[in-house]
Design a protein around this ligand. Structure first.
Ligand code: 6GU
Length: 270
């Protein structure tokens, strides 16, 4: 996979040379190219921003440097079409589903912006030529899109074949499709078997794989009901077996008129 990032802070992307993403690049599975947007300015101050039409606070990134940068980068391989990912708090949510979709693309171009964002005409222009995705990593506002690019690239890169050590490692990720969809992963333990007087749940030492799988699923329900009740409330209840319904009932959850689960009103949590 080829990854281009256009930024006014190339140093901010240095972590892409580290850890999982860095190793994938070193192995040739990822071709990461970081570009300084100011390389496509022509004035002596390398200006990339200007005041907003219509007034208001902040600055807007000028269309010219972005247009020259994106023409050069997107035109650099006449045999391939990039997907352009525009990080913005006004975008669609970045989800595991989108990470999976983008991990199947041969070429991604990221355009992290500073200031109040990029002149709209740039997005409209490239959306008329390429697949452009405006994406947000969550409901909070960051000063720029560089940290979101690090987040998105890590989520995407670990899905590439051969990047994670173990191909099964992302089979039961929280949010991955499959039997553990919409459930958060429960607690994990390793040696020593006792630490500061704290032991390991007995079942994990039993060697009984069926019981261990069931215990893990129960713990996933405990954690999800506590931390992300919305995931249970919106899940298709057809995904829940008899044992799932038992643990949900123990946790104070019951099916409503539409079959979807909600917290039973009589149960008050401490
Ligand atoms: Cl992608 N950019 C910025 N600046 N803030 C954000 C974001 C992106 N996602 C959430 N907050």
């Amino acid at each position: 996979m080829r990854l281009d990032v256009v930024t006014i802070f190339p140093e901010y992307l240095a972590p892409l040379n580290v850890s999982l993403v860095g190793k994938a690049a070193a192995r040739g599975q990822l071709d990461v190219r970081i570009h300084d947007l100011r390389g496509w300015t022509h004035d002596k101050h390398n200006t990339v921003d200007d005041t907003p039409y219509g007034g208001g606070p902040g600055m807007v990134m000028k269309p010219d440097p972005w247009g020259e940068a994106l023409d050069e980068i997107t035109g650099s391989d006449p045999d391939a079409e990039p997907v352009i990912v525009v990080p913005t708090p006004s975008g669609r949510p970045f989800t595991q589903e989108l990470a999976v979709e983008l991990s199947a693309k041969p070429w991604l171009v990221f355009t992290p912006a500073r200031y109040e964002g990029i002149d709209r005409r740039v997005i409209d222009e490239y959306a008329s030529r390429y697949d452009v995705r405006e994406v947000s990593i969550g409901d909070y506002v960051l000063a720029g899109g560089e940290a979101p690019v690090l987040v998105m690239v890590e989520a995407i890169a670990r899905l590439l074949p051969g990047v994670l050590g173990n191909a099964a490692s992302h089979q039961d990720d929280s949010f991955a499709p499959g039997p553990m969809a919409n459930l958060l992963e429960g607690p994990v333990y390793t040696k020593p078997p006792e630490w500061r007087g704290r032991g390991i749940p007995e079942v994990l030492l039993s060697g009984h794989h069926g019981k261990i799988a069931r215990w893990r699923r129960d713990e996933a329900f405990r954690r999800t009901t506590a931390n992300r009740p919305d995931l249970i409330e919106t899940a298709d209840p057809a995904a829940y077996d008899k044992k799932d319904r038992e643990i949900l009932s123990i946790l104070g959850w019951a099916p409503g008129p539409d079959g979807r689960f909600g917290r039973s009103p009589e149960v008050v949590e401490e």
